[in-house]
Each structure stands twice: as structure tokens, then as C-alpha cells.
Design a binder for this molecule. Sequence first.
Ligand SMILES: Nc1nc2c(ncn2[C@@H]2O[C@H](COP(=O)(O)OP(=O)(O)O)[C@@H](O)[C@H]2O)c(=O)[nH]1
Ligand SMILES: [Mg+2]
Length: 193
Amino acid sequence: MKINTAKYLKGITGTDPLLYDGKFQIAFMGRSNVGKSSLINSLVPQRSLARTSRSPGKTLRMDFFLVNNQFYFVDFPGYGFAKVPGKLHDKLRKMILWYLMYSDVKNRLVILIIDMKIGLTEYDKTILDILNEQRISYLLIANKSDKLKKQEREKQLKITQQDAGNAEIIIYSTKENYGRDQLLGRIFSGINR
Ligand SMILES: Nc1nc2c(ncn2[C@@H]2O[C@H](COP(=O)(O)OP(=O)(O)O)[C@@H](O)[C@H]2O)c(=O)[nH]1
Ligand SMILES: [Mg+2]
């Protein structure tokens, strides 16, 4: 269970044949600055595949990466960035909702990333509700766990677990590569199911 190759294919803004070519899609979502790009980079051989910390939340694209010539990583725009004007933000959110509710993509796993210290925000909860309603497989990643002491970590995990119902949560740190093997295992078992 290893990622040997990953390459950027293209960014799409709406429906596209790529979505329906039958390849499994691992969709990464989350607020800007939660470490989404860092997490993608932590999984692939090249450490700067996804761009980190550049104009967060301003790109209106779903970026497709072909992984192991077999499946896709899909990097979604980060939401919730204060400097993004309201209209653009609405468009970002609509794109995510469209993908989840109306795109009719079949084989996918959504990876929703949160900052463990902050926990679930309102929009994260909206996404979780939709994932549950639509019966889409997903995982919750509690990233930046390195910023918390053991006790705080346990407290935050409890709160998030309560907020997220019975969601599967993986504690993660891109900084310490913590949780990486667990996440890779989960990704590959999702694909081969
Ligand atoms: N302490 C800590 N910082 C992180 C972690 N992951 C990402 N960051 C930092 O958080 C900031 C945003 O990361 P980025 O990957 O660009 O977030 P994105 O906007 O969600 O794509 C950067 O300064 C990263 O170095 C982590 O696990 N721990
Ligand atoms: Mg990013």
C-alpha cells in the first residue's frame, strides 16, 4: 500500500468527462488553512505536488491528480477564508455541494480535513450532513494534532466525535507524518472494496 506516482492532470470547474471515467476518486475537502495541501503532499512521493499556502480559497477549481495510474486525488477549494469575497465564496460552496449532491459520481471517498484545535465549523457540519444523507463514504481527518498536548488532544477528539456522530476520525499531523500509514491503509481499502 504505497503511492508510487502522482501527477497533476487538470483542474475542472464543473461537469467533465474525467468525473465519469470509472476511476475511483479520493476527494479532499476542508476549510482553507487546515493543511489540505500539506496532507496531500504528505502522501505522495513529490513533496510539493499540491501548492501550499498560496492565495488560499481563491481558486475555483477541483484539481485532479492521477495516482499510481489507477485513481484520482481531487483537491477541492478551501472554504471559509476571510479575505475571499462573498460571491466567490458562494461559488466555492456551490461547487462542493454540486459534487456531493448532483454530480452522480459513483466510486469515491471523501476526506474531510479539520484543524483538530478548532474542531468542526458550521460549514464542515453542513458537509457531514450531506455525506450522511447521500450515503457517501467519508473519513474525518483531525489535522495539526502536534499543536495539542496529549490531554487537549483527548478533549478535542471527544468533542469532535460527539459533533460528528459515528464518523470515523483519524488523528493526523502532516508535520510529524502522524496518521499517515493509517490514512493510506484506509484509502487503499476504500479503492479495493
Ligand atoms: N503545526 C502544524 N501545521 C501544519 C500542519 N499541516 C499544515 N500546517 C501548516 O498550516 C498552514 C496551511 O497549510 P496548507 O497545506 O497550505 O493548508 P490548506 O490551505 O488547507 O491547503 C501552513 O503554514 C502549514 O505549514 C500540521 O499537521 N501541523
Ligand atoms: Mg491548499
